[in-house]
Ligand binder design. Structure first.
Ligand SMILES: [Zn+2]
Length: 416
């Protein structure tokens, strides 16, 4: 025994780490106190115990990008926006956003709140305990989406962490009200300065959009997260604009680029230049290949050492009809869409929803290691391939050392 004097709050026995080793995990005061072979840990005196029975233990899941204010609104928006967004090579993505915006007139805080709760219940149940949540701020929606998310957020403070992004969905230059709305949201609880520069009508407007958002992030000490180059147009360059503005505004390592689908159509030399610039800026990426026909060149970016996370993006809204805040399901879909089927690629997928995603969102301590916060999932699956294949609800979800969700899935075959 190495540390017999330790009184553990929780001991997880027979826990299989992602490298295949089986250990006992001891947690005290919300943090990993000891992670070692069973004969090295005195678990007998732990206040509570879980037997993982050889099941995998992972960090809790991270959803790098979710439009939380819009969950389950597809019924009220109609299918036209969805058809425009995903049709062909995404040439009409801007039309889709304009159609979705028109439907916002009917958005109400009170009707949105139960939908947001449902999405967050799904997150907790599925072990997704960090969500970067985009909330629309524009002339059509006003502050309604932000108010709905903030109200619900209070009720979930003990269950998961939201990074709320003040997001000018209809542009900052195109929409004259958006800047004031974003500033208001950032003064009243939003965590991250958002942006969507590619949607502006000119490159000069896109540059002004990026400069305004990054300047505000520098002033307020907040991070920045933008939807960049989200259409089938290889001439779009707002990802590079964001990276350069991060460098210019002392935001190195504090910015995230989402979507970035146009990069899949860039000539290779342009991709290489961007990879170099993204390294210099410490720019992280979130991709959601299940929500459109194009996606970030993920393998090239990971091979180049850039941090890439997966995002759910949408849950039954104008841009995607499915989704249930299950990041293992998102990883399973990405496995097919990215061609990530080999064992090393399966491990990469898990990193893109756990530790790698933590890097993207500025959470470097989101790693199962002694001293770090104990936010984790205990799974029934004993192999990574089964974890992805089944994308099942975790057996136990633990936050700050406390069990916050527990699921048991059973079925029986009745032979006659
Ligand atoms: Zn999105």
């Amino acid at each position: 025994m190495t540390d017999t004097a330790i009184l553990l709050d929780l001991a997880i026995l027979n826990a299989r780490l992602i490298d295949g080793s089986v250990v006992t995990i001891g947690i005290r005061d919300g943090r990993y106190r000891v992670i070692a072979a069973a004969d090295q840990v005195d678990a007998a005196g732990a206040l509570s115990t879980i037997d993982a029975a050889g099941g995998l233990v992972t960090e809790s899941f991270v959803n790098g990008h979710l439009h939380l204010d819009k969950v389950f609104t597809l019924g009220s928006v109609g299918d036209a926006a969805l058809e425009a967004y995903v049709g062909g090579s995404m040439g009409s993505a801007m039309t889709s956003i304009e159609l979705a915006s028109r439907a916002k007139a009917g958005y109400q805080v009170d009707s949105a709140k139960p939908l947001i709760r449902k999405a967050l219940d799904d997150a907790v149940r599925n072990g997704v305990l960090h969500v970067q949540a985009f909330v629309d701020l524009d002339a059509a929606a006003g502050l309604k989406g932000f108010e709905a998310v903030q109200a619900v957020r209070e009720d979930y403070r003990d269950l998961l962490d939201l990074q709320v992004v003040a997001f000018p969905q209809d542009g900052l230059i195109k929409d004259a009200e958006a800047m004031a709305l974003c500033e208001h949201a950032l003064r009243h609880g939003a965590d991250v300065v958002g942006g969507i520069p590619w949607i502006e009508y000119t490159d000069a407007d896109a540059q002004a959009h990026v400069d305004w958002a990054c300047g505000l992030a520098r002033e307020t000490g907040k991070r920045v997260a933008m939807l960049v180059d989200d259409a089938g147009d290889p001439a779009l360059r707002t990802t590079a604009m964001l990276a350069q503005a991060m460098i210019d505004n002392d935001l190195i390592g504090r910015g995230v680029a989402c979507h970035a689908r146009a990069l899949s159509q860039y000539p290779e030399p342009t991709v290489r230049r961007l990879i170099g610039l993204a390294h210099r800026a410490g720019l992280g990426f979130v991709t959601d290949p299940h929500t459109g026909p194009l996606h970030l060149p993920v393998r090239e970016f990971l091979d180049a050492g850039l941090p890439v996370a997966l995002g759910q993006d949408d849950i039954e809204d104008a841009y995607y009809p499915f989704g249930r805040n299950n990041m293992l399901e998102v990883a399973f879909l990405a496995a097919h869409l990215l061609g990530f089927l080999s064992v090393p690629d399966q491990h990469r997928l898990v990193q893109m929803i756990t530790t790698g995603a933590g890097r993207v969102l500025g959470l470097p301590a989101h790693v199962i290691a002694e001293g770090n916060p104990a936010n984790l999932c205990v799974h029934a699956a004993t192999r990574v391939v089964d974890l992805l294949r089944e994308h099942a609800t975790p057996r136990w979800v633990i936050r700050g050392g406390a069990v916050i969700a527990e699921s048991e899935i059973s079925s029986a075959i009745h032979r006659s």
